[in-house]
Design a protein around this ligand. Structure first.
Ligand code: ADP
Length: 457
């Protein structure tokens, strides 16, 4: 397996090689199209200068003049068609077609690089060959000669060539070293992310990530840290939930076991036995309602497809629920005051039935004998349902938690009004699924008001 690190290094090197090749190609094209002609014209101009200077010093012999000219940085070839004279650094390749020499002797100018069009690379420019020179006719001691010249690159730009070669070598070397070092820097956070992922898989949530980087990897690390925080919370919630469920199941079971034991004891008197049977009945009802509530919560948590909306009268629904629970409020001589505006809603009738029942039963449960409960429906931008009791109220510091699963306010005061602490979380979840909100206002000893807002239709 190639690691990301190796891949990036290889890709960077490949980019370096490809761009060098492309650069060379582009330079070649530019040389072919623009520079070649310009260089040759310049060279022909120099050759003409050499000729002019020679014609102005007729007393100088060929061998006196041309070696000095060659020393200024040229390779020179002189011929009358039969005798050849070379001055300056020797040509590596002295081949030159005789008809080309003849043309120059006849008065034409020879452009080496332009006529050798087959050589398309810039390498031709550096080639030490006679056919790459330029040639002009010249008169020496009244005889026609052909003068070929070519810049002696070793002499003219030898040092520059060395410097360029050194520059290129160092640039390439430093690029490779820097690519190797900086790729490590790019890949390091990805390695930390991989380690963090492995830790999460093992249930560990403590790791360090560089979330301060201002690039895509930094953003990924930030999202990852956020995700792991959510996972951690979810994991904690799951553990807490399981612990709560076990506790809620364990306590009624323990009490049932204890009372069954007492009933089986022959010494227990029949009156006590009957009382214990009633308690067992109550505890088993609690267990049954707990399992129903857990099932409801599990289905509500699925979210999609849970709601089966229908169009119905909300005020009618609440009125029926109040009537259905008459045995509860009438028993405590509680007065229920209804002020319900007529309104149709499109909602899940069964789920909202659960909401109003839960809130009403809680209001009755936590109200004193003979008090009153007001239920209103107001129609504003939203449909507002309020359920107000004048019962024991909820302490301010507990209010933020009452919608949490299994949360019971001050367990001691509720012992006689046993519940699982799931009711309000179910209510909140149902209202949320209907895109509504639920708020609570409460004062200890004065009462509690639940305010539910639902969108119209
Ligand atoms: P439970 O099923 O135990 O009633 P809920 O989730 O319905 O659980 O309620 C959570 C807690 O909020 C209850 O234990 C209770 O202490 C408090 N509570 C709910 N409604 C009222 C109310 N109308 N008045 C006072 N306290 C309430």
């Amino acid at each position: 397996m190639k690691t990301l690190y190796v891949r990036i290094v290889l890709i960077a090197l490949l980019i370096g090689i490809i761009s060098s090749i492309l650069g060379l190609l582009a330079t070649n094209i530019h040389y072919q199209m623009n520079l070649k002609t310009y260089y040759e014209e310049k060279l022909v101009h120099i050759a003409k200068e050499i000729r002019t200077l020679y014609s102005k010093s007729p007393e100088l012999s060929m061998d006196d003049y041309f070696p000095h000219m060659a020393n200024t940085g040229f390779q020179i070839f002189l011929t009358d068609g039969t005798h050849s004279h070379f001055y300056g650094r020797a040509f590596g390749n002295t081949e030159l077609a005789p008809e080309r020499v003849q043309k120059v002797l006849n008065g034409e100018v020879y452009y080496g690089a332009i006529s050798n069009n087959s050589r398309i690379t810039i390498a031709g420019y550096f080639e030490n060959s006679l056919h790459n020179s330029v040639g002009i006719p010249i008169q020496i001691s009244g005889k026609p000669y052909a003068l070929f010249i070519k810049p002696d690159l070793t002499q003219q730009i030898g040092e520059v060539r060395n410097i360029m070669a050194l520059l290129l070598t160092f640039t390439a070397l430093f690029s490779i070293v820097l690519i190797i070092i900086f790729t490590r820097y790019i890949v390091k956070p990805i390695r930390s992310l991989t380690t963090a992922t492995q830790k999460i898989v093992n249930g560990e949530y403590e790791f360090r990530l560089d979330v301060n980087r201002k690039d895509e990897i930094g953003e990924l690390a930030r999202h990852f840290a956020h995700m792991s925080e959510s996972l951690k919370q979810l994991d904690e919630m799951r553990q807490e939930f399981v612990a709560n469920v076990s506790h809620e199941i364990q306590s009624p079971l323990t009490s049932i076991q204890g009372f069954v034991h007492e009933i089986l004891n022959e010494e227990t008197n029949p009156n006590d036995k009957e009382r214990y049977l009633h308690i067992i009945d109550e505890e088993s009802r609690r267990l049954s309602s707990l399992s129903k509530q857990l099932l409801t919560l599990a289905s509500l948590d699925k979210e999609s497809g849970v709601i089966k909306p229908s169009l119905y009268r909300l005020d009618e629904q609440i009125r029926q629920i109040v009537i259905a629970n008459e045995w509860l409020w009438a028993d405590k001589e509680i007065m229920i005051e209804l002020d319900l505006a007529e309104i149709k809603v499109r909602a899940d009738q069964q789920l909202l039935h659960l909401v109003w029942t839960n809130l009403l039963v809680n209001a009755i449960k936590f109200s004193e004998h003979g008090s009153s409960i007001q239920i209103n429906i107001r129609i504003e931008q939203q449909i507002i349902v309020t359920i107000q009791d004048h019962g024991i109220g909820i302490p301010e510091e507990e209010l933020p938690h009452i919608f949490d699963r299994f949360y019971k306010v001050d367990k001691a005061r509720n012992r006689s009004r046993s519940g699982s602490g799931l009711g309000l979380s179910i209510v909140q979840q149902i209202i949320r699924l209907h895109r509504g909100t639920i708020d609570v206002q409460s004062q200890i000893g004065i009462g509690t008001t639940f305010i539910i807002q639902l969108p119209h239709l």
